[in-house]
Each structure stands twice: as structure tokens, then as C-alpha cells.
Design a protein around this ligand. Structure first.
Ligand code: FUB
Length: 303
């Protein structure tokens, strides 16, 4: 075998390739992966049962895995009807979950204008509405933005919890320690340093926040279609500085990611069109190893 130049070898080792295997033969999207009790749970949008013309399913699905190799379909664990204030046909979009106070909290965009929160004693539920109204409501809350969807929660090391959400303008608000009430105003998240020569590099949707070595990593999709890019800050509230691409455009209209550590490795979860009959409304969740380079850079995940 002809030997590769050292630079090529380093590059090949640094850029992980993706398995790109769907975690389920059902269509699903918008992964919200979490490690609860040593097991990976992925809360998801249900693309199997939408009309195929829009993201109009009305329930959420759950998948679990002890090892990221075998997956169990835990089924449809919650419908929008759990929220009595929601219209029964309100669309159920990208969800989020969190664990605190011995309880599991499920954050759910309902109908595109509200975010509800449900609570359970177990990751699989049963979940009940934790309030009698929405946690975030476009009509009620100042600065909730045009479309309060795509919730993402980070509980910081000091115990302060943050909820991010929103399309086109990313939003952040503190949560009280009960995880079911906001605490203070909804703020816009500022991202500086987008490359001036790429007008497509801007915030679109799918905010996600994780922390590594004291640095806050804000990942998001740039739009429709979107790249997954990242920005970093020294405070969860920002301001953030654009750093680069995590995952390039896909052949579908949306891109939506989350990052977890499991088994001594970081993983990027996202959705793509991976099954026969797939497309922008019939997506599939998959995952790939994610690695960091020098100075905390995220190494772009290549398909
Ligand atoms: O699944 C419906 C919407 O598509 C999500 O809320 C967005 O993040 C996009 O993935």
C-alpha cells in the first residue's frame, strides 16, 4: 500500500465518518437524546404519522438504547392532548427533556406558538401537564418571538437552568429550580462573528446548548435548508462568537441536532432522509461520533 502523507493521515483520523444508520425503521426527527440511569433515551418528533406534506403529527415518540447499538421503540408516549389548553390537532414539534428533583421534565412545542412542560417519575412517563397553561406563550409573554418552538434546556453546574428556543431569533430564559416556571425576562441571544462572505450563516432554528471545559457551546441550524453550526461563549446568556460548521447541509429542508456524552465519547444526534420513502417530512434520526480539536473547536462531522 502506498503510504499517505502525514497531513492526510492526521486529517483522516480527525474527521469522523458517520454510520448514518437510522435508530428505527419508523420515520422520526428532532432528536432530544439524554442519558438517564445509564441508558440513552431519545425523545423525538413523530414523522411516521404526519401527512407527508407537513410536520403535522400530534404526538411524540421515545426510543431507548443501553449501548447505542440496539434500540427499543418505546412508542408514542405523549400526545398534545395532555395539555388541556392545546388544540387537539396542534402540531407536536421538536421536544426536549430534563431530569431534576427526582423528576423527568418534558418540554414540548405545541402548535408553533406555545411551549408546554409535562412531568413524570420515569423517563417513559406517564407524563402529566406540570402546569395549567403554557410555559412560554407567544400571545402572553413579552419577547417570546414569532415562533416559540424547539426548546432546549441546560442545567448549569451552579444549578441554574436555562431554556433556549425560537426560530430566526434565538431566545433564552432562566428557569426556576422547579423547572416549570420561567425566571426573569426572555432575552435574545446575540451571536457575533458570522462570516461576512456567507449570507446564509445566520440563526435559523434548533438551538442546543452544552458545556465543555467551562465553555458554552451553542449549536443551531442556519435555516431551511440549514447547516448545523456552533458558537461559543463564557456565559450561557452570551454573547456568543461564531466558530464553524458541525454538520453540513443535508438533502432535506431541516437540520436539527443535539450533543451528548456516552460511553466515554461525545455524539452528535441529528436527522436525515435515510429510509426508503424518506424526505423533508419523513425524516430519520441517526448519530455520529463528535470530536473536539485544539482550543475546543468542534471537528466537522462528515457524511
Ligand atoms: O419537526 C418540525 C420542525 O422541523 C422542528 O421543530 C424544527 O426544528 C425542524 O426540524
Amino acid at each position: 500500500m502506498k503510504s499517505l502523507p502525514l497531513a492526510c493521515l492526521v486529517f483522516a483520523l480527525a474527521v469522523p465518518t458517520m454510520a448514518a444508520e437510522p435508530i428505527s425503521p419508523r420515520f422520526n426527527a428532532d432528536p432530544s437524546p439524554h442519558v438517564f440511569d445509564g441508558k440513552v433515551y431519545v425523545y423525538a418528533t413523530n414523522d411516521q404519522d404526519n401527512s407527508g406534506k407537513y410536520w403535522d403529527s400530534t404526538d411524540w415518540r421515545l426510543f431507548s438504547s443501553p449501548d447505542l447499538k440496539t434500540w427499543t421503540d418505546e412508542g408514542s408516549f405523549l400526545s398534545v392532548t395532555v395539555f388541556k389548553w392545546a388544540k387537539p390537532d396542534a402540531k407536536a414539534w421538536a421536544p426536549e427533556a430534563a431530569f431534576r428533583n427526582g423528576k423527568y421534565y418534558f418540554y414540548a412545542p405545541v402548535g408553533g406558538d406555545k411551549i408546554g412542560v409535562a412531568v413524570s417519575d420515569a423517563p417513559k412517563g406517564p407524563f402529566v401537564d406540570a402546569r395549567t397553561d403554557a410555559l412560554v406563550d407567544k400571545a402572553r409573554d413579552a419577547n417570546a418571538g414569532a415562533e416559540p418552538i424547539d426548546p432546549a434546556v441546560l442545567i448549569d453546574d451552579d444549578g441554574q437552568a436555562y431554556l433556549m428556543f425560537g426560530t430566526r431569533v434565538p431566545k433564552i430564559v432562566k428557569l426556576k429550580s422547579n423547572m416549570i416556571e420561567t425566571d426573569g425576562p426572555i432575552l435574545d441571544i446575540q451571536v457575533n462573528g458570522f462570516p461576512a462572505d456567507d449570507a446564509k450563516k445566520k440563526y435559523g432554528e434548533a438551538p442546543y446548548l452544552h458545556k465543555r471545559d467551562g465553555v458554552y457551546y451553542f449549536t443551531f441550524s442556519t435555516g431551511w435548508p440549514g447547516q448545523i453550526v456552533y458558537a461559543t461563549a463564557t456565559s450561557p446568556l452570551g454573547p456568543y462568537t461564531y466558530r464553524g460548521v458541525v454538520l453540513d447541509y443535508l438533502d432535506i429542508s431541516t437540520n436539527h441536532q443535539a450533543i451528548i456524552d456516552f460511553g466515554g465519547q461525545s455524539w452528535l444526534f441529528y436527522h436525515d432522509s435515510l429510509l426508503d420513502g424518506g424526505g423533508s417530512y419523513k425524516r430519520s434520526i441517526t448519530f455520529a461520533p463528535l470530536s473536539y480539536g485544539e482550543h475546543g473547536t468542534i471537528v466537522e462531522v462528515k457524511k
